[in-house]
Every structure is written in C-alpha cells, then in structure tokens.
Design a protein around this ligand. Structure first.
Ligand code: 1QQ
Length: 418
C-alpha cells in the first residue's frame, strides 16, 4: 500500500528574479492550450468517456508554461506536442485521435492544484502528464490520486513521488539513479578531485532530495564534503554562499537548484574566481541556462536520463521531428514528456483491444488506464521502459553531458561524454 505524502510548502517563483529569461518564456499560449473559460466539454455527460461524443481522447498536460519554471516546462510542451502529432499521424488510438489539453501550472503549488482540478473536472482528461517540479507534484498529485486519475510525472525526480499514491507514476528516473553518474564522470575527467562544496535550494523538494544523493555519493566515493551551502530558488545574489564555498578551496562544486538560480550561481562562482569543476543537477538540465551564465556555463557537467543518439525507431522519429522544428538536438525534458504521452497512448490501445475505450465510462477508463500502464513495456526515446507496481520507472540507459559554449557565449550545446 502506498502512503500519502505530506504536502510541502514553497515560495512562489516570480519572473522578477529573471526578467530576461522570463520574457522569453512567457510566449502567448498555443492553439492547443485550452483556457478554462473556453474549454469544450469532451464527453456527452460527466460519466461518458471522452471519446464518446467529441471523437477525440483528451490527455492532460499540466506543466509550467509561465514563471521561471517555464525555463524547464517549455521543453515539456514541445515534447508533448511532437508526441501528439506523431501518434495522431499513426492513427491515434485505433482511429480515434488523441487531443492534448494544456493547463498552465505556473511555477508554484496553488497554480498546479488549479490546473490539475481543471484537467480532472472540466476537461475530463483520461490521465495527466505533469507537473514540472516535484515541489508541485507533492501538492497536486494527491488530488489526482484521490480522484483516481493516472498521473505520469515527466520530470519529478525527488525521492517519494511514486509513493504519493496508486495513481501516481513517473517517466523521470529518480535522483538516486541519475545524479551519481555526474560525480563519476567528474572523477573520470579529473582524478585529482578531493574536496567538494555542495550547494542546494532549500525551498525546493527536488533540490533537497538531489543534494542528499549528491552528498551521499561524495562521501561514498571517499571525497571530502568540505561545505554545504543553502540558497533559495528565488535568490539572485549568491555572493555570500559563493564566497563561503570558494573559501574551502574545493576541486568540485555541485549545485542542486533550478535553471535561473542555478545559472546565476554558476555565473557568480566563476566571476569570483572559482576555476574547478562544476556539476549541475537536473534543474539546470536545459539550454535555457545558457542565457543566464553565458560563456561561464562552459564545462558544467549534468547527468542525463536521455540521449538524442539513442538508437531505436521512435527516438529517430522524435529526434528528426524536434530537430526539424527547433534546429537543435532534443533535450531530456522534451523526450520525457513525449514518453509520458506515449505511455498513455499505447496503454489506451491495449485497453481498446479488449473493450472499446469509447464505450467505457470515464471513471472506469481512468482506472483501467492506470492498471494497464503499470503492466506494459514501452520502447520509447528513453529506451525500453516499464514500471514497478508502485509506478517507479524501470529504465536502463543513463548518460552525462558537458556544456560547451560558443566563443561569444550566446549559444551552446550539451556534449555527451563517451
Ligand atoms: C524535479 C526535477 C526538476 C528540476 C525537473 C524540471 O527534477 O522537480 O523533480
């Protein structure tokens, strides 16, 4: 039996702390975004299945499309939309198209609760891919769980996410599995690393969970954990923590935070003269940090749960579609959101083969979908995956990438290490 997890409170993240990056991400909502006021009712009645009258199957996408967290969430929107087109081009669910319904969670817990409630009660989706942060998931997932709607976390990597409830799973491998790979890669590149300074955002559930893994890994590998420095995801000035960190003379600095704060911390560490190795955690795993730390992002190591070079048919299709649209390699968060949609679509097909999806009352379909998805195997852009009975992802391949910036510091890329 799963145990309910206590709600965590956190701070609202505003664009004020990062005007530049926020203005880039606060793009107008796209055509598939349905605002609550205009949302059509997909079913003939609350009990009817979503396919019965509208002839589409609605899948909810509840991620951050605004706020600083959109630095991460916008990549999820891109991945989900590529999946929608890909699976509909292949006939959807045996001829019935899927329709993604987007509800913006913003960057905080209340926005996520509102978005999930709208997806569940108004949009009547069969399942939800979301939210962006573990911090948001610990607040909103219990609502979906109580309402018996399957949720797949596309990027919720903190310890304890699948244990929120029977209807909560994730396609994002946990920090305990992913993060240690970055420390191993740092030591492979720099065998002389001895002293480590660790930084983490103390108001974010993921950052707290990831730093625990990093700190344990450092000690297990016989390195010296010389200092642990705390900050907030809303911070922009890191002078005192950065100075404290540099004062212990570390060979390696490890940061668990989100993109805006983490990017600023990297920048300020370098500006204060730190020359050693830097590892960034999953919250920095986006090319959106490039505009924050610019040339000073150079060399940062980040563990990956996805590689664009993974060889299978669906990753080739996903990568080709992403590159055609964005002229760069697909990032992990896009691949994971694609995978979340894929798991729902393939599970709906399995259900449909036994008993027509369009004829199942919505509540029954949601429960069947939850059961079905936990028992399946999926060949995804992340590789072959399946789930434990609790909803934890079973995934085999992990990687580490290093940021390589162009000479002018305006653009860069993630180079995957061999
Ligand atoms: C989490 C994460 C985020 C940093 C990814 C967007 O891994 O909150 O669990």
């Amino acid at each position: 039996m799963k145990k309910p997890t206590a709600r965590l409170s956190g701070l609202f993240i505003t664009c004020a702390s990062l005007l530049l990056a926020c203005s880039q991400t606060n793009t107008p909502q796209t055509s598939t975004t349905v605002s609550p006021a205009t949302s059509p009712s997909p079913g003939a009645s609350p009990e009817a299945s979503p396919g019965s009258s509208s002839n589409t199957i609605s899948i909810g996408i509840g991620v951050a499309q605004t706020s600083n967290v959109a630095l991460l969430g916008q990549e999820q929107v891109a991945g989900a939309k590529i999946a929608e087109k890909y699976f509909n081009d292949k006939g959807g669910v045996d001829g019935t198209p899927i329709k993604l319904v987007f509800q913006d969670t913003g960057g905080d817990e209340q926005g996520t609760i509102n978005a999930f409630n709208t997806l569940i009660n108004q949009d009547k989706v069969v399942g939800i891919v979301g939210p962006t942060l573990s911090q948001q998931a610990f607040s909103a997932d219990p609502i979906a769980d109580r309402a018996k709607i399957p949720v797949l976390g596309p990027s919720n990597t903190a310890k304890g996410i699948p244990q929120i409830g029977d209807y909560v799973g994730r396609v994002s491998a946990p920090v305990a599995v992913v993060a240690p790979n970055a420390v191993k890669a740092a030591l492979k590149q720099n065998p002389n690393i001895k002293k480590v300074a660790v930084f983490f955002a103390q108001n974010d559930a993921f950052s707290k969970s990831e730093t625990e893994t990093f700190q344990t890994t450092v000690k297990d590998m016989g390195l010296e954990l010389a200092t642990v420095q705390k900050f907030l995801t809303t911070d922009t000035d890191f002078q005192s923590q950065a100075t404290n960190g540099i004062n212990v003379n570390p060979d390696l600095i490890i940061i668990s935070g989100l993109a805006a704060d983490g990017g600023n911390l990297i920048k300020q560490l370098r500006e204060l003269g730190y020359k050693g190795v830097i590892i960034g955690g999953n919250g920095l795993n986006t090319s959106n940090v490039f505009s924050v730390c610019k040339a000073l992002c150079e060399g940062v190591l980040i563990a990956q749960a996805y590689s664009p070079e993974y060889q299978n048919e669906i990753n080739k299709a996903f990568r080709d579609a992403y590159r055609a649209q964005f002229k760069k390699e697909p990032p992990q968060f896009s691949a994971q959101a694609f995978t979340g949609v894929q798991v729902f679509v393939e599970s709906l097909k399995e259900i449909n083969a036994k008993s027509k999806v369009s004829q199942q009352p919505l509540a029954e379909l949601r429960t069947n979908l939850n059961q079905q998805l936990l028992s399946g195997k999926y060949d995804t852009p992340l590789g072959e995956i399946s789930f434990t009975p609790e909803g934890e992802i079973n995934q085999k391949e992990f990687y580490v990438a290093q940021i390589k910036m162009d000479a002018d510091g305006n653009n860069g890329k993630f180079e995957f290490l061999k």
